[in-house]
Ligand binder design. Structure first.
Ligand code: ATP
Ligand code: MG
Length: 250
């Protein structure tokens, strides 16, 4: 899969306070498996991920997936909605419906959004839950699950739609170390299945291990992009060198 971002600009704020969070950003990835999007806090990683996911419209620029532009400028919202539905997005806060069971959280989008019958949705949801080690938790409400289990349900929900692309925004930042490792193990397993993944994470050890490529974001641009091994052993930009020195210090 090929992902291109061309001249993406996005600003927030009004008047004097307006500033470009993404500033004529260019990114060009031939997805091997996993691209890690790294960079300092406030550098625009989540904003870029949301733009790529079709959740945020850029002020300027184009996103192309396999050469097809994301339909930001279409008059109808429907085409953008269809695009969003073809992806799986997992956020830090799991965004599960608290009054629905784990199983219902996964199957509801399949019937309500993707047009599956109740039976087909249930079968697909159960299959994904089994695969992700959630078989014992089908009937539990999110409040009855641990943080790691909740995040696994959120990942199962994203996978159940058979996305062509998976995007993770700091999927472990709300978890304690043990649950973090549980979720990272799951992501490492998903990598083997070949769905391209974009991963924003502050788990540098994990990024180093799992990512094929790293894009380093700073000042609203991709300051460098290279194979993960090279990025971690020999970062080229001063910004990336400073960033790594800081985050790897402890
Ligand atoms: N909806 C919004 N309204 C106003 N400002 C926003 C909005 N979303 C993001 N910003 C600003 O854009 C900048 C980039 O935010 P973003 O969340 O993309 O950074 P990030 O790289 O993901 O940071 P972190 O590592 O802390 O998650 C920040 O200064 C943030 O305050
Ligand atoms: Mg963020």
């Amino acid at each position: 899969m090929k992902l291109e971002a061309l001249g993406i600009t996005k600003s927030f704020g009004q008047g004097n306070l307006r500033r470009n969070v993404l500033d004529d950003l260019t990114l060009n990835v031939d997805f091997p498996h996993v691209l890690a999007l790294l960079g300092p806090s406030g550098g625009g990683k989540s904003t870029l991920l949301r733009v790529i996911a079709g959740l945020e419209r850029p002020d300027d620029g184009l996103i192309l997936l396999n050469g097809t532009p994301v339909p930001f400028t279409d008059k109808s919202e429907a085409t953008l909605r269809d695009y969003r539905r073809s992806l799986g997005v997992v956020f830090q806060a799991f965004n599960l419906f608290p009054h629905l069971t784990a199983l219902q959280n996964i199957s509801l989008p399949l019937t309500a959004v993707h047009g599956l019958t109740e039976d087909a949705a249930k079968e697909r949801a159960l299959g994904v839950m089994d695969r992700l080690g959630l078989a014992d938790h089908r009937e539990k409400l999110p409040g009855q699950l641990s943080g790691g289990q909740r995040q696994r349900v959120a990942i199962a929900r994203a996978l159940a739609v058979k996305p062509r692309f998976l995007l993770f925004d700091e999927p472990t930042s709300a978890l304690d170390p043990e649950m973090t490792s549980e979720v990272l193990t799951l992501i490492a397993e998903l990598r083997k299945e070949g769905t391209p993944m974009l991963l924003v994470t502050h788990e540098m050890g994990f990024a180093r291990k799992i990512a094929d490529q790293v894009a380093f974001l700073g000042e609203g641009r991709v300051l460098e992009q290279e194979p993960a091994g090279e990025f971690f052993s020999n970062p080229r930009s001063l910004e990336a060198q400073r960033f790594l020195a800081k985050v790897l210090a402890y």
